[in-house]
Ligand binder design. Structure first.
Ligand SMILES: NC(=O)c1ccc[n+]([C@@H]2O[C@H](COP(=O)([O-])OP(=O)(O)OC[C@H]3O[C@@H](n4cnc5c(N)ncnc54)[C@H](OP(=O)(O)O)[C@@H]3O)[C@@H](O)[C@H]2O)c1
Length: 316
């Protein structure tokens, strides 16, 4: 198909097609390419923003990798920078706060990599994924298992991850978290999930995060990890695991400064989930709406800070 000057031929081709065997579509206006490529029925969803704004470079190069056939009749204006839907990776995505993060980001047209320990029994998450089939993908991930983390990082190595949300967390049974009754095995496990896994995730996914537009790592911690705020005592295991992840993320924010990665800790509030219980003060929707607002307003200078869901700074 020959294009008239100013016209663009574009389309997605599958693994068993080539650019030359696909049936191309003629997009009559340069601006229409945006709508075509981010059409919700089109899983690629890349926006050639630079193409629209008229920068120069060969668009074929940037399309080839993504199996998008685009040909122009004249010099293709594209910087090669691909602007795609923003991508968030969420751990512990099958229930509670994690599930609500998935719902809200999918609703806002993000691509969501939803990780959970048992996809087979993640019914609510599967229903959500069926509602947003082009946006939500579910992956098995036990964050206490470092080879799971490494495998997933390998599987997703070609992707850019704008936002990593370390949400998965455990609260040990109360019976093993009081003075004189400490369950040291539960403590080790809680540390593996709440304290060590967020760092392991950052180590494993550093490249896709560093290569993204937003370059942001969020860890859901708790005010219970604030030393300044501890007036109630007890909860040695949970408190220390969250205080531990706070200092881990603070160090990470300093170490990742040269890569311009923003690392922030968020307290979600006391939320009505399995962990927070029915007496929690806010719903998952209120908590996640607030945390997303904080995330949306983050600047690089905020790296290393500890915020609550309402935007207040939490004392260390
Ligand atoms: N709710 C609150 O009031 C509150 C307050 C402060 C901080 N937080 C923090 O907010 C985060 C989310 O809590 P939530 O209230 O939504 O808790 P939740 O309802 O108990 O959900 C916890 C999530 O973490 C997942 N998880 C636990 N261990 C995991 C592992 N080894 N690998 C992968 N996923 C794992 C769970 O998956 P499974 O279903 O497979 O167990 C579940 O998806 C946690 O970090 C928590 O500490 C909550």
């Amino acid at each position: 198909m020959r294009a008239t000057p100013g016209y663009i031929i574009a389309g997605k081709y599958s693994a068993d097609q080539t650019a030359s065997t696909m049936a191309p579509r003629v997009i009559e206006q340069k601006t229409a390419i945006r709508e075509t490529l981010i059409d919700s029925s089109n899983p690629i969803a890349y926006i050639f923003h630079d193409l629209i704004s008229g920068l120069t470079e060969n668009i074929q190069t940037c399309c080839q990798k993504n199996r998008i056939a685009v040909s122009l009749n004249d010099k293709a204006p594209c910087s090669g920078k691909k602007i795609m839907k923003k991508t968030v990776l969420i751990t512990g995505a099958n229930r509670g706060i994690g599930l609500e993060f998935v719902r809200q980001y999918a609703l806002s047209d993000w691509r969501v990599i939803a990780c959970c320990r048992n996809p087979g029994s993640a019914d609510a998450l599967s229903r959500l994924a069926a509602q947003y089939p082009n946006q939500i993908s579910i992956y098995r991930l036990d964050v206490a298992n470092h080879s799971h983390i490494e495998q997933l990082a390998h599987t997703l190595s070609g992707d850019a991850i704008d936002l990593l949300i370390n949400n998965a967390g455990v609260y040990p049974p109360e019976s093993g978290d009081a003075f004189g009754m400490t369950d040291y095995e539960a403590w080790a496990h809680t540390f593996a999930v709440n304290t060590m896994a967020p760092l392991k995730m950052a180590e494993a996914f550093l490249q896709p995060i560093a290569g993204s537009n937003l370059k942001t790592i969020i860890t859901i911690t708790s005010k219970m990890g604030s030393i300044a705020d501890n007036r109630g005592g007890g909860s040695y295991i949970y408190r220390s695991s969250k205080a531990g992840v706070n200092i881990v993320m603070k160090s990470l924010s300093i170490d990742l400064n040269p890569k311009q990665i923003t690392v922030v800790l968020l307290h979600p509030g006391w939320v009505r989930t399995d962990m927070g219980g029915p007496s929690g003060l806010i719903s998952t929707e209120q908590s996640v709406t607030g945390m997303r607002r904080v995330i949306d307003n983050l600047k690089f200078e905020d790296s290393g800070k500890f915020y609550a869901f309402d935007g207040q700074i939490v004392p260390w």
